[in-house]
Write a protein that binds this ligand. Structure first.
Ligand code: G16
Length: 549
């Protein structure tokens, strides 16, 4: 068994020293923090990616350098497993340990202990592909990643600037090429062709909808969607806005899916027209939310919960129309799902609903338990997974009437238009547009499935978010002791009240979510809980935000 070339490692690691007094954690979506702190972490993530590939007998591992919805000064890195899914959970501890090694000796020790405990054969090849979003810090971090790969002589391809879901798609294509599960051509062009081809089949012969206005958060989604447009031809009209990727400070600023969802208002620069369709991507185009303005000028959000409801309803109908209703549909949500959406799914659509902790890695895993697993976070991050057996049924069904044959053809195209690897804003946009086109629905008709309970998200800046520990799919706090009881006592005073508190895995804040019967009650509940959290961990420093009651 070969061993690590220590001299080579020392030289390369010397180029990427770990900053002192910083503790790194692989969070909800990889490492994410101020870009200036990430050089050593990204270098070491390169070492881990090469080890993971060797462990999996040379399967291709993906790496995306992005901080998604975070502001421009942040960056991040996350790894992609061979089928395009997130890095296996048990390896998060290994990459965290590598990133926190204080000296080169410790780094070598951790690598050796991984090689021995995980039985990694270092003579195996390693293949790693990577890409990045439009952040200016991305290029230097990509170079640090390549240095990490050099430690173990990994073979690599740089896919340059791509959306996060494109990198996931490419990773899966590379690993399935030449097998019965071949996923497509491993390139951005292959991705565009696959999605556009399926979309055109689905809307063929239907009356085209009015144009969609698309806010790209001044992120990578803008140039990439422009690239995509020629493949879509005249099957759809999209007006792209917030597409300035030259001016980095504008990234996610007062725009994008996170801004629109959290503030429940239109992005900067958008003058809404009643009953028109609008959508926002986040900074790396793996989330999407829709919205419209009602005739009385009210802003109406069609978030991830509404998208999940729409998708589940459509698939259930399609499966019935195809005569293959042996295929079961289930939906996966997180604690952020609006209570009204869960009721709609359970009581109107009669589908099973599971609740898991935040992070698509958790939702994706749970969704694989269903024949067709629809998973969406309320923030617009999600997709629909078709199990291998469901795909087999869909592909072998013939139908006993012309109507059944059409439904089967639609189901096949639907499974192609939906990215099976991870939540994907481009793919989600196309499947929402497919459903609205097939039904000839306005956003208002879609919205009428159920009425959201008023809800509010508040971020609280605390001294140390790591002291907040949760259980029960993050719906209950077990630490700090006593805080959950205090929360429960407040919630009890509000009609239809629900609230929970959890530390973010992508930002240095604690998030507070609240729902209640009316908007004023919801706001009061949210800010009372936020004030409580602030008091528990402000250490007497900082100004207690005035709006906290
Ligand atoms: C990431 C994760 C999502 C998660 C979001 C917020 O999204 O991929 O699953 O919902 O962070 O997580 P948290 O509340 O822990 O900060 P993105 O789009 O930023 O990569």
């Amino acid at each position: 068994m070969a061993s690590v070339n220590i001299e080579n490692l020392n030289t390369l690691s010397g180029l990427h020293p770990k900053p002192e007094n910083v503790k790194f954690t692989y969070g909800t979506a990889g490492f994410r923090m101020k870009a200036e702190l990430l050089d050593s972490v990204v270098f070491r993530t390169g070492i881990l990616a090469a080890l993971r590939s060797k462990k999996l007998d040379g399967k291709v591992i993906g790496c995306m350098i992005t901080a998604s919805h975070n502001p421009a000064q942040d960056n991040g890195v996350k790894l992609v497993d061979p089928m395009g899914e997130m890095l296996e959970g048990s390896w998060e501890a290994h990459v965290t340990a590598l990133s926190n090694a204080e000296t080169n000796e410790q780094l070598v020790d951790i690598i050796h202990s991984m090689v021995s405990s995980l039985k990694i054969d270092l003579t195996k090849p390693a293949k790693v592909v990577f890409g990045r979003d439009t952040r200016p810090s991305g290029e230097a971090l990509a170079a640090a990643f390549v240095d990490g790969l050099k430690v173990l002589d990994a073979e690599t391809t740089d896919y340059g600037i791509v959306t996060t879901p494109q990198l996931h798609y490419i990773t899966r294509c590379l690993n399935t090429a030449g097998t019965p599960e071949a996923y497509g051509e491993p390139s951005a062009e292959g991705y565009y062709k696959k999605l556009a081809g399926a979309f055109k089949t689905l809307v063929d012969g239907k009356t085209k909808l009015s144009p969609l206005t698309l806010d790209c958060a001044n992120g990578v989604g803008a140039p990439k969607f422009q690239e995509f447009v020629p493949f879509l031809g005249d099957s759809i009209s999209v007006n792209i806005m917030n597409d300035d990727v030259e001016n980095a400070s504008k990234l996610n600023l007062n725009s994008g899916a996170d801004y629109v969802k959290s503030n429940q208002r239109a992005p900067v620069g958008l003058k809404m027209v009643p009953q028109q369709r609008y959508a926002s991507f986040d900074g790396d185009a793996d989330r999407i939310v829709y919205y419209y303005q009602d005739d009385d000028s009210t802003f109406k959000l069609l978030d991830g919960d509404k998208i999940a409801g729409l998708a589940a309803m459509f698939i259930i109908d399609l499966v019935k129309a195809a005569g293959i209703d042996s295929i079961s549909v289930g939906v996966v949500q997180t604690a952020y799902a609006n209570g009204a959406s869960t009721q709609y799914l359970r009581n109107t659509l009669n589908v099973p609903v599971s609740c898991v902790p935040t992070g698509v890695k958790h939702l994706h895993h749970e969704a694989t338990k269903y024949d067709v697993g629809v998973y969406f976070e309320a923030n617009g991050h999600g997709t629909v997974l078709f199990s291998p057996s469901a795909l087999k049924t869909i592909h072998s069904a013939e139908g006993s009437s012309p109507a059944q044959a059409v439904a089967i053809r639609n189901l096949r195209a639907f499974s192609d238009v939906i990215n099976q690897t991870v939540g994907d804003a481009f793919s989600d946009l196309l499947f929402v547009e497919t459903i609205l086109t097939q039904r000839q629905w306005t956003p208002k008709i879609w919205d009428q499935a159920y009425t959201d309970l008023p809800n509010r998200l508040v971020k609280v800046v605390v001294q140390d978010r790591s002291i907040f520990k949760t259980v029960d799919a993050e719906r209950k706090l077990v630490e700090p002791a006593g805080l959950q009881d205090a929360i429960d006592a407040i919630v009890l005073k509000f009609r239809d009240g629900r609230s929970f508190v959890r530390p973010s895995g992508t930002e240095d804040v604690v998030r507070v979510y609240a729902e209640a019967a009316t908007r004023p009650e919801t706001d009061e509940l949210a800010f009372r809980i936020a004030g409580l959290v602030f008091d528990y961990n402000s250490n007497g420093s900082g100004l207690r935000p005035r709006e906290f009651i």
